[in-house]
Design a protein around this ligand. Structure first.
Ligand SMILES: O=P(O)(O)OC[C@H]1O[C@](O)(CO)[C@@H](O)[C@@H]1O
Length: 400
């Protein structure tokens, strides 16, 4: 289809395309696959750039009353990452603020981290401006030599540069690491150099497993894309950390693959949204499924069905000592229960289990493969994963 609005793509997925590296490359002129494969390098580069930035002023006045991470889209996701990596023992509230400016209660006792990959989102700029005016401690993170950079300079606030080589959603790690390191300076997170190095290595290893030259049956990114073809994905995370990864997958499924997705916390879903499994796209759609049919037949037809993507995070032994959060055993029981419910109704499940020795590495292990899957799914439908016409049109329509 080529619509009047410049929308290109096809409803049926092109299975052959996924195993044709040249065609993949041709269909990805902006290099989204390469950009997402740089996640490990982003961690290393941003850690180095943050280390070169003088953040001492942040800690000068001691522990803040609250930390607000201000931005929109991927930039705001970094606030969710900070909140979950800081964990339930974090001594101060961490808030991801997704609209222009900052909440009315923010003042001199607080820290504002303004994040924008482009360095020019009105949301982050308004937040930096308001933080500076109200005397809050400010740190800004984003592309150098931009309006955000200038605002940080104006308020004599530290600015951590993140070179802009790709759209924000392909720069998650480059943006998240400086946020975490700013919070470390405030004594709010324990991320150390080994955690960063191991996270970067895991992202590299996952990028290698998902590389475009590797065929679908041995490529977890491509196989997850195939699992999701023509489905309505339901992405639930078993723990707070896995929920951040689930929401991130919701973001990339929308932007890269243009698939609608329901994404969130399994704990909350279990009290409401889990009812979707009984509905027209859930159990009812599966009633007439021939279990002996070739699964590849599904890729071109049949009713639209749910696909449950369950992100499971068994937690670390150290987390068990934390009495404040929900015990991992409860989260795990819930994850097993939802798999059982799906199985009883014939709803298919894709499972990803967190690995790694730190919260950050575990998060990376839940984000990397879904990131690739969202791009492969978009490519298989003939979309350029980099260019999202609706987002550009929206910007044009709202600009004064
Ligand atoms: O990080 P930035 O450049 O402020 O952009 C914020 C958001 O706006 C978008 O660019 C869409 O306009 C998203 O892709 C992005 O997450």
């Amino acid at each position: 289809m080529e619509g009047t609005a410049g929308v290109r793509g096809h409803r049926e997925i092109d299975l052959a395309l996924l195993d044709n590296a040249e065609a993949l490359e041709r269909n990805d002129p902006g290099g989204m696959l390469r950009a997402i494969a740089s996640a490990g390098a982003q961690v290393r580069e941003s850690a180095a750039l943050a280390a070169e930035t003088d953040l001492s002023s942040l800690a000068d006045e001691g522990r803040p009353r609250a930390v607000v991470v201000a931005g929109v889209g991927t930039a705001a996701r970094t606030g969710d990452i900070l909140e979950t990596v800081a964990g339930p023992r974090c001594p101060v509230p961490v808030l991801a603020h997704r609209s222009a400016g900052i909440p009315g209660w923010v003042g001199a006792a607080d820290v504002v981290i303004a994040v924008s990959a482009s360095g020019r989102s009105p949301e982050a700029l308004a937040a930096a401006e308001a933080a500076g005016r109200r005397g809050a401690r400010l740190v800004a993170i984003g592309a150098p030599d931009t309006q955000l950079h200038a605002l940080a300079d104006r308020f004599r606030a530290p600015f951590i540069p993140v070179p802009r080589r790709a759209p924000a959603r392909a720069s998650l790690w480059g943006l998240a690491v400086p946020v975490l390191l700013a919070a470390r300076q405030l004594g709010l997170v324990k991320v150390n150099e080994a955690d960063l190095a191991e996270t970067a290595s895991r992202l590299d290893a996952d990028a290698d497993r998902c590389r475009m030259t590797l065929e679908s049956f041995v490529n977890p990114g491509k196989s997850l894309a195939l699992d999701l073809a023509h489905s309505v994905p339901i992405v639930w995370g078993s723990s707070p950390l896995a929920t951040v990864a689930a929401r991130r997958f919701g973001d990339t499924l929308s932007a890269n693959a243009r698939y609608p997705a329901v994404a969130g916390a399994l704990g909350e879903a279990g009290r409401g949204r889990v009812g979707l499994l009984d509905g027209v796209y859930g159990g009812l759609a599966e009633d007439d499924r021939d279990i002996f049919a070739d699964p590849s037949d599904d890729e071109s037809g049949g009713p639209t069905r749910l696909r449950l993507v369950l992100l499971r995070d068994g937690g670390l032994a150290a987390d068990e000592e934390e009495l404040d959060g929900e015990p991992t055993a409860v989260e795990e029981r819930r994850a097993e229960a939802v798999q059982e419910l799906a199985e009883r109704r014939g709803v298919r499940v894709s499972l990803i289990t967190a690995e790694g020795g730190s919260a950050l590495e575990r998060l990376a292990s839940l984000v990397a493969v879904p990131d690739f899957a969202s791009i492969y799914l978009g490519l298989a439908h003939g979309f350029d994963p980099m260019a999202v016409p609706a987002v550009s049109e929206m910007k044009e329509l709202v600009s004064p």
